[in-house]
Ligand binder design. Sequence first.
Ligand code: 7TS
Length: 417
Amino acid sequence: METVVSPLDNTEFDVDTVRRHFPILGSRVHGHPLIYLDNAATTQKPQAVIDAIVDYYTSTNANIHRGVHQLSVDATRMHDNSRAKVKSFLNADEIAEIIFVRGATEGINLVASTFGKERVGPGDEVVITAMEHHSNIVPWQVLCEQQGANLRVAPIDEQGQLLWDDFESLINKRTKLVAVAHVSNALGTVNPIREIVSLSHQHGAAVIVDGAQAAAHMPVDVQDLDCDFYVISGHKLYGPTGIGVIYGKRELLESMPAYQTGGDMISSVTFEQTTYNTLPHKFEAGTPDIAGAIGLGAAIDYLKQLDWPAVCAHEEELLTHATDALSSINGVRIIGTADEKRAVLSFVIEGAHPHDIGTILDHEGIAVRTGHHCAQPVMERFGVPATIRISLGLYNTRDEIDATVCAINKVKEVFRC
Ligand code: 7TS
């Protein structure tokens, strides 16, 4: 194991220093140093996040919003602080607009089953794109079935980019909601969110952005995007699993019915009537993942110390290098070649099944994801059952990409493809 050093105290981005903040990166898998290239599935955690969770359970653990006792007061303050950190990370206008959920999936389901049920009626339309993760397809499909509405899917081109004219022609006065990924998890495509929001708003439709794959790879400013809702998962942002966030504009959140009901989301309860708590608590029934929120706050603190333009440039350089190197291998087809991409490189190799390639890479200590990446319609669009996906994090290096390309060449020898 490499030594863990304390977080950066300056704004320099140096990948070797950063790597030492992530203890797992020093481990070996099948006798090889771990090369972790499955960051779109989940990112590894810096020591600062691990410490924040351990410290919380070691010295503070209590339920929040309940006690006058010191631990409860401290836990409540720490939970509130994390919300404030998320607010500033997403540049939301108010703390009340930040709702803690379990992850992007729950955030989308929350909007579908509250805002969606109120706003979408018979004959109305919900528009998604052909590059969505199942989490941003199925909730809308179910909503449309329940409400007698229609789901419309904006197509994508051979590069995996939204076909703008087709998208534009789908938006009309029946469109009540547009649900779109900021960055596609299967293709890496970055969608033009500002333009999508502007067009949708002209027709009176609200926009929910699935930011699960964006927040770790680019600055997100929800006020600048002007989206109505934005969801993220903490675990894809170097934070813990089980915690995520939905940002929503205050006036929309105020007008929406509750998602789940029970303790903490109420203001008063009698057997005759219940009144709801103010935002954001109205949407947070029951004891939340307190340690998760604190861990997410620590992840945001960690990320804030980094020089973001340098992080983005580093990931972009790695993506370009990996794309060039893989493109030069005979029989490799890259799936997703959008002009604007982030951190994701999907590909197939003629004559070898992605699963077999993933297994051989694993024997070399290289973690990639193979399969449909919970985006089966994307696989269908490109006529492949599955892909191999390299997905980058800020701690990946050029050497790791070179070792992976070298291993892929070995795979080709094994399969004689
Ligand atoms: N939306 C997108 C674009 C995603 O990539 C994912 C997870 C989700 C939503 C769901 O996030 P969750 O945290 O609620 O599960 N994507 C992946 C992936 O690409 N590989 O594993 C999980």
